[in-house]
Design a protein around this ligand. Structure first.
Ligand code: HEM
Ligand code: FPP
Length: 312
């Protein structure tokens, strides 16, 4: 082999790796992991075992990646038509469907094996239920058939905190289910603000996202409703559940005020794509910081500091 052909085959190899990586929609996974980690921190009262944390996050990554690859296979026809998704590896011809399927199965099996072997069967089964729900309920049954697709289907994205809690305790109680509800109610403002921006793409492939079918005004009203709904649930963790305290409370309150303000501004100007973009971006920051607040509040260092500053 000449130097040039070695360089070319290295380049091709890197291209293949990049394509498989892109199939997993990698930019979404870190936030799913942050919600898992926050749940693990609360479950372990700020003292999470690092091996358990790493294995659970690895298992969660593999499960989410498997779910996304399966979604890319199923949705390749619409991905081919939509401008935003046209360059994905399957519609652009970089990865064959059969190879993608094998990849998804390997990821799923690795995830289950890792979680079942090193964590527990409940965490492993919950992760698998995330894949099944996202594929069957969201992608197959709902996405192309109802405007409520992402409301009900959003439950898949709310499963990671259940996995995290189960990993630490081997069980589930009210707290992880509350985290589930918070993500479940957060998903409509998160997704519909984005859908307002890319509504024409979805209309072109006849995917009945809410803004396509009901228009901007109804969508922003629904966004407003879910934003109002999610707020009290974020505060239930402080009272009456009492698993988090004043530090999380201050963070959650500030984040909620901004969330409300942005959703209200959008409600006043349903056609404003800049406001929709701003709410979409903020929804991601909101979930990231809310979970970070949960972690900070769970640390024993924080408990000591609060006790020092506010003696009873
Ligand atoms: C049914 C529920 C959901 C739907 C339909 C949805 C849909 C989307 C879509 C279409 C995008 C744009 C992706 C792209 O441009 O390729 C996006 C971005 C994103 N989503 Fe969601 N999402 C959902 C739930 C979630 C959940 C539960 C999380 C994490 C907790 C999440 C985190 C993110 C993040 C971090 C991005 C930004 C990725 C980037 O930087 O481009 N999403 N979402
Ligand atoms: C525990 C576990 C494995 C959970 C899986 C959760 C999961 C994969 C959530 C992802 C939600 C999401 C980003 C959907 C994208 O919608 P879409 O596919 O309609 O977006 P598109 O229009 O970009 O294709």
């Amino acid at each position: 082999m000449t130097g040039t052909s070695v360089a070319r085959s290295n380049e091709n190899f890197l291209e293949v790796i990049k394509s498989y990586y892109q199939l997993t929609k990698p930019r979404i996974i870190p936030l799913l992991l942050i919600t898992t980690a926050a749940s693990m921190w609360i479950a372990s009262k700020g003292n999470v075992d690092s091996f358990l944390l790493i294995i659970t996050l690895l298992g969660g990554t593999l499960a989410a990646a498997s779910a996304q690859v399966l979604n890319c296979i199923y949705d390749q026809d619409i991905d081919y038509t939509m401008v935003r998704t046209r360059k994905r590896p399957i519609p652009s011809g970089k990865v064959q469907t059969q190879h993608a399927l094998i990849f998804a199965i390997i990821l799923g099996v690795l995830s289950f094996g890792l979680l079942a072997l090193f964590v527990n069967l409940l965490a492993a089964s919950l992760a698998m239920s995330g894949i099944v729900f996202y594929m069957l309920v969201y992608t197959h049954w709902l996405k192309r058939h109802t405007t409520q697709n992402i409301v009900i289907g959003g439950a898949a994205g709310a499963i990671p905190p259940l996995v995290g809690w189960a990993a630490v305790t081997g069980d589930l109680n009210w707290i992880p289910w509350l985290l589930f509800v918070i993500i479940f109610l957060w998903t409509p403002p998160h997704f519909w603000s984005l859908a307002l921006m890319i509504k024409d793409d979805y209309a072109q492939v006849q995917v009945p996202m809410l803004p396509v079918i009901e228009g901007e005004e109804i969508t922003v009203k629904q966004i407003w409703l879910y934003t109002i709904l999610v707020i009290p649930f974020t505060l239930l963790l402080i009272y009456p559940i009492g698993s988090l305290g004043i530090v999380y409370g201050a963070i959650a309150l500030s984040l909620n005020v901004i969330f409300l303000r942005k959703a209200w501004q959008l409600k006043q100007a349903p056609q404003d794509k800049q406001l929709a973009r701003s709410l979409f971006k903020y929804s991601i920051l909101y979930m990231m910081l809310l979970c970070t607040g949960m972690v900070i509040d769970s640390l024993s260092f924080t408990h000591h500091l609060v006790a020092l500053l506010m003696p009873q």
